[in-house]
Write a protein that binds this ligand. Sequence first.
Ligand code: ADP
Length: 500
Amino acid sequence: MFKTLYSRLAATLFGLLCLVGIAYVLLTLFTTRTYLQEVTQKLNLTLAKHLTSEKILMQEGQINQEATKDIFHMLMVINPNIEIYLLDPEGKILTYSAPPGVVKREAVSLSPVSAFLDKSTPPSLPLLGDDPKDLDRKKIFSVAPILGNNKTEGYLYVVLGGEEYDTVVKLLQGSYIVRLSTVTGMGILLLTFFAGLLFFNLLTRRLRNLSATLDQFTQSDFSIPLDPLKKNTDTAAPPSAGDEIDRLSTTFYKMADRILKQIEALKETDRVRREWIANISHDLRTPLAALQGYLETLLLKEGKLSPEEQKQYLKIALQHSDRLGKLVLQLFELAKLDSEQVQLNWERFSIGELTQDIVQKFQLKAQNKGIQLEASCQEVLPFVWGDIGMIERVLENLIENGIRHTPKGGRVAVKLLPNVEKIGIEVTDTGCGIPSEAVPFIFDRFYRVDKNRSNRSDGVGLGLAIAKRILELHESPIAVHSTLNVGTTFTFHLPVFKNP
Ligand code: ADP
């Protein structure tokens, strides 16, 4: 019970309206009674005075029995609710019109009597005095002094009985107007209650829709695209009001959108990881199987092979072992570069000297292949800022690729292009070039343009991925420009070292 926001709001509204209803009835009871008392007392304000002027009720301290009886009788006939008491100057009850035995008090308080008779300040009505028939109750009255020999011989105290509305039921029974206004008031409260229910229903409908969308979203394993869900809710919802509920739903959609994007990203990462593992195991298995095959052959045909054949088999086995070692090394290198803890050893160094050293290192390899390898820079260069070991790896990879993909008679050149802030490094070859459709993928891990074209024993498709990752860590993008059968140029930049 009361589990939904709507039912709680409805219950609260009901409770509030009940409180308002009770307060209304109590207020009506009080004001009606006070009003009736005021009107009755106002109408009978001079009643006691008229009666005392009509007959001489007391003379020299003695009650005029005849006159008193007449007055009692007359008033009994006119209005049986009225009770008349004769009081002495101290307020003691001398005689009364009520049946014997019903009067409980011996005297009534004179202070309301004095307030009633005070000529200087008109009494604020209703003015209540003691009811002789009840020790606790007060009632409206009219009073007049009985004068004789220039002194007050006593008081004529007239208790104006009127209707007494002690309970709501009595009040309702007694007054048509009160009954009418109560019924009207209750009708208005009931109307307000139903209007409130309708309003709350409208207000909570958007929340219910949002909660349904949320349920749908979570139950769908986060696989439902968000747009159809959004459409569902929007068609059911009243026009957007830009309130808290709207903000809540906007936040939900943003959050759901992020969750979906992150799930997509996770799926993509998982796909790449699986592809990676497949590639790695394939690339490890191939040279390993070849290595094993040649070694087994050597073992099986021991003594049957010529020394040349043996040498040839061993050479091939060594090539595969080299490739295996290189692959493991590159994988290890990439894993290190990917890890969170990778730290660059920032230092200033001469890129000119580094280039010369690397070119020197590859000179023999280039010469053996009949390729011209050279480094050129126009002037004395400023120092650059970076991790020299890593930049060396980048240059090695690019130059090695250049040599590998350039035919005999070709040329591989490293150019240094100084600028104010940065120095550009360009590795150009006159090799086979890269097809334009392959260019966007050459930096992907394990990507090889043409697996038949590339010398499989040489490349594993990780060299450019490593170079790109290292340059990412240096916040320097790498660009490639290639024309098929003309050549390829790789370019990147390093910041010029500035004295702090
Ligand atoms: P690999 O170790 O196989 O060379 P890389 O990541 O270094 O792997 O290169 C990815 C692919 O890009 C290579 O398979 C090759 O086809 C192509 N490639 C890289 N450098 C050059 C180049 N200088 N000329 C032509 N193709 C290149």
